[in-house]
Design a protein around this ligand. Structure first.
Ligand code: SF4
Length: 373
């Protein structure tokens, strides 16, 4: 099984922390962009006709910002050109201020069955200060509209001046709706070149320790509400984990189409250009829009397997590792296991990072990666 990722690079305005391939002033290029996206989907579908796909994910950018006919067209093209499981999980990312009944009708007809809604915080002043386009009221309306769907909510922690009580208000709101089966919680990163980076340089952001305390609170809070952590940033009611994201962490295959989209197919990772103009130009000329490509085999594949699986609550499965690589995990990573024994727990068939260290996993993962380099 594998996933399909479709990138929609249009947003109404740029959030102050965002360094994704998203372009607030390019909506006029949507017609040309989607025409090329349909072409790329057709070409990739022909190359991958022997593979079966069980998830489709529209990410961005803001997929709900563009006219819904484009989403409808892209999904029809996916279902025509790819072998997609009839029970596939089909997710659309939504900004709360850009969805209405009309759009939802089109999404429903297209076959979208899961929505990922970006709330980030239930504090209107903070939403405004980070240049989000929606308000808390918009979120409430959007969630009501999506009452018959499987909904995930994105929350951000470590926002300027944020307190545990702010985060509690945010989680109180997000989890007060029964349709919210999944919550993703990401810590704010001040990426260089963004306005948020200037705020970081001005000392306006929380310290790592303060964010770690908030994260601990989030884990306990969501656990108390019946959301299990299955990956460092992802929490779900039983049976509602994101199949699409689980496939990434299991080192499963996926094809990404559109600008900036990455793929991992047949041991090769490759990424499209982040420029809409370059993308359109390449596709119109019958070329691939890739700007990066590498084979990931041997020790690199083993390191990647370790890094991805250790992010999850389930951790490494020794038997799965043996069946994929034909070698023993505890032999291949003996040094990293020994050096991090205080941070690791044994499981029935492998090992995982202890729950209390999952958030600070990076230094542990570095040891596993460097053992194979
Ligand atoms: S909505 Fe998402 S993609 Fe668009 S600017 Fe904000 S963070 Fe970036």
């Amino acid at each position: 099984m594998a996933g399909i990722y479709i990138h929609v690079p249009f947003c109404k305005q740029k959030c102050s922390y965002c360094d994704f391939a998203s372009f607030p002033k390019e909506i006029g290029k949507a017609e040309a962009y989607f025409a090329c996206l349909y072409k790329e989907l057709k070409a990739r579908g022909l190359q991958l006709k022997d593979k079966k796909f069980n998830t489709v994910y529209f990410g961005g950018g803001t997929p709900s910002f563009v006219e819904p006919k484009y989403i409808y067209g892209a999904l029809k093209q996916v279902l025509t050109c790819f072998n997609v499981d009839k029970n596939a999980e089909i997710t659309l990312e939504v900004n709360p201020s850009t969805i209405d009944e009309q759009k939802l009708k089109v999404y429903k007809n297209a076959g979208i069955n899961r929505f990922s809604v970006g709330l980030q915080t239930a504090n209107d002043n903070t939403l405004y200060s980070i240049n989000r386009i929606h308000t808390v009221e918009d979120f409430k309306k959007a969630i009501e509209l999506l009452k018959d769907y499987n909904v995930s909510v994105d929350v951000m922690i470590g926002l300027p001046n944020e307190t545990v009580s702010d985060v509690q208000n945010t989680l109180d709101l997000a989890t007060s709706y029964p349709q919210v089966k999944h919550v993703s919680v990401y810590a704010l990163k001040a990426e260089e070149g963004t306005p948020m980076f200037t705020r970081y340089l001005n000392g306006e952001l929380l310290s790592d320790d303060e964010v770690a305390d908030i994260y601990d609170f989030v884990v306990k809070y969501l656990y108390g509400k019946g959301y299990e952590r299955y990956e460092v940033s992802n929490f779900a009611k039983s049976g509602y984990e994101s199949k699409h994201n689980k496939n990434y962490w299991a080192r499963g295959e996926y094809i990404g189409v559109g600008v900036g989209a990455s793929s991992f197919i047949n041991d090769r990772r490759f990424t499209n250009t982040e420029s809409i103009d370059e993308y359109v130009h390449a596709v119109l000329n019958g070329k691939v829009a890739e700007v990066f490509s590498e084979e990931v085999t041997g020790d690199d594949a083993k390191a990647e397997y370790a890094m991805l699986n250790l992010r999850t609550s389930k951790g490494i499965s020794f038997s799965e590792y043996r069946s994929i690589f034909g070698t023993e995990f505890i032999v291949d990573f003996s040094k990293a296991i020994k050096g991090n024994s205080n941070y690791l727990d044994k499981t029935a068939d492998g090992l995982k990072i202890k729950d209390e260290y999952l958030y600070v996993q990076n230094s542990i993962l570095v040891d596993f990666i460097s053992e194979k380099q």
